[in-house]
Design a protein around this ligand. Structure first.
Ligand SMILES: [Ca+2]
Length: 313
């Protein structure tokens, strides 16, 4: 019995093992095929997925649709964005590091600067080559000085939140008047016909330079995106330059459409890289010398004022 069991069992065992192996092979074939497909990067079709796998398939499909829709929406909202150009340093001049620059103008061979901070705000004329302050007027302590522009024999200086702008005689630096501002005052320039004023949003306002009344406004957009935080302004050869607060970028704006036609990056300026902390020491001074076609840039508390040239790369 023992022998029979011993002889029969191995045979039976062999038959059973062979059968199990065949069944095992038959069961493994589809899995191996699936593995091979996965190795080739093929995915089992969700249409043929078992009930256990329908949820991941459905979730994946929904994610893909949502991602595509979000990308399409972002593209449509963004529109076509303006290209970015760089600057090259032509010359570097000394600049008063104590000047919290809020506005810069070069007119008739003279450089004028408006500075901010309550109790420290000034209007000043500066010697370009040395950075020395030639003359200066202090604003009353309650005012935070902002952008400036020269209109004929007057210098106009905005204040930040006091809703008032001051008018000075250019020769004597005496204050000769003031006018109300509809909003906060940030930057100001002119195009030869109108004052152009910014208030930190995406809208520029045009004012009559004689009555100081609003004659129009312009929303600035890059593609379809409104460009907020427009700050110090300068009118340069038919375009409006506006630095964007907290960035090292200047938007070059078409005055007719409000469209940004290009961005000027100031990242290559050593002071912009070293000092721009995103809040206070931002590049807030842009001036243009029409006679010699020179563009100047400086920033709040920067020890240097640059003459720069725009380059494409
Ligand atoms: Ca300016």
């Amino acid at each position: 019995m023992t022998i029979l069991r011993q002889t029969a069992r191995p045979g039976k065992v062999r038959d059973t093992d062979a059968g199990n192996m065949r069944k095992s092979m038959e069961k493994k074939k589809p899995r191996d095929a699936q593995r091979r497909k996965r190795r080739k990067g093929e995915r089992p079709s969700c249409l043929r997925a078992s009930r256990r796998r329908w949820f991941p398939c459905l979730a994946g499909g929904l994610f893909a649709v949502a991602s595509g829709a979000a990308l399409l929406a972002a593209t449509l909202l963004r529109g076509e964005e303006a290209p970015t150009v760089q600057v090259r340093i032509v010359r570097a001049f000394p600049h008063d590091p104590g000047a919290f620059t809020q506005g810069l103008v070069f007119d008739g061979g003279a450089l004028y600067e408006g500075t901010g901070i309550r109790g420290q705000s000034t209007l000043r004329e500066v010697d370009l080559s040395t950075g020395n302050v030639l003359r200066s007027v202090e604003l009353p302590e309650q005012y935070f000085g902002e952008g400036i522009t020269v209109w004929q024999d007057r210098i106009i200086q905005l204040t930040w939140r006091s809703r008032v702008a001051f008018v000075y005689d250019r020769k004597s630096f005496e204050k000769t008047g003031e006018f109300p501002l509809e909003t906060e005052g940030w930057g100001v320039t002119h195009d030869g016909r109108r004052l152009i004023v910014s208030d930190g949003a995406a809208k520029l306002r045009f004012l009559d330079p004689e009555t100081y009344r609003k004659t129009g406004e312009l929303v600035v957009r890059d593609g379809r995106r409104a460009v907020n935080s427009l700050n110090e302004l300068e009118y340069v050869e038919g375009e409006i330059y506006a630095n964007v607060w907290r960035s090292n970028r200047i938007a070059v704006i078409s005055p007719g459409s409000g469209r940004v036609v290009k961005w000027i990056s100031l990242d290559r300026l050593p002071a912009a890289r070293a000092l721009n902390d995103g809040v206070t020491r931002v590049p807030n001074g842009i001036a243009y010398d029409k006679a010699k076609r020179r563009l100047f840039v400086t920033g709040k508390n920067w020890p240097v004022l640059y003459e720069v040239e725009i380059v494409s790369e």
